[in-house]
Write a protein that binds this ligand. Structure first.
Ligand SMILES: [Zn+2]
Length: 195
């Protein structure tokens, strides 16, 4: 099996924000021009405003975006970029193999022993090893490389070293969908942690 392409995950901290579901998210991303036509049920071509929100430092963005629509690969030695918005929106841990441990929402210390509770036990409310507080999984603070993710859009084929999401991206989505949104890159998903 080939490794899945890296992706930029865009998601609300609490999923879903009141009044926002998958259909509304797609509508908002279309209004922003980030998302265009459906490629298939869960995948969308980049819209006309895509490059207003994502800066490419590498090869031609037009080439990369066009390749995804035709489901081609190989142009400038890489795959095309498209947007994946899964119909399945139940929240789960989405985490990179080299993700930093999450921080406790109560004492803000890093839980170095996080794998046991998050992956082995899959506790709904992991207990902090420092202050002993049990906090719902969605309240723990993940840095780059991970998150507790339900409703989301994944911009597939974006390599972190050559793409930069604009600061306006999450603000624009939050303004229309409500809630607080964040992004992180999933480069090499951790085995057993991701569906
Ligand atoms: Zn704590």
């Amino acid at each position: 099996m080939s490794r899945p392409p890296p992706r930029l995950i865009v998601h609300p901290l609490r999923s879903p924000p009141a009044g926002c579901d998958r259909d509304r998210l797609i509508e908002v991303l279309r209004e922003l021009g980030l998302v265009g036509d459906n490629i298939d049920q869960d995948d969308f071509a980049a819209g006309p405003g895509f490059l207003d929100y994502i800066s490419f430092l590498g090869c031609s963005p037009q080439v990369i975006l066009a390749m995804a629509e035709d489901r081609e690969s190989g142009g400038c030695g890489r795959e095309g970029a498209y947007i994946h918005i899964p119909r399945e929106t139940s929240a789960h841990l989405l985490v990179d193999a080299n993700a930093r441990p999450p921080r406790c929402p109560q004492c803000h210390k890093v839980d170095a022993d996080w794998r046991r509770q998050w992956l082995t036990v899959q506790a709904a409310e992991p207990v902090c090893g420092h202050c002993g507080t049990a906090s719902p999984a969605e309240r723990w603070q993940w840095g780059r490389g991970g998150g507790w993710v339900g409703l989301h859009a994944g911009i597939v084929g974006l390599h972190p070293e050559e793409t930069v999401p604009s600061h306006g991206l999450v603000e624009a989505i939050a303004e229309s969908c409500g809630g607080e949104w964040r992004t992180f890159y999933l480069v090499s998903p951790m085995e057993g942690a991701n569906p």
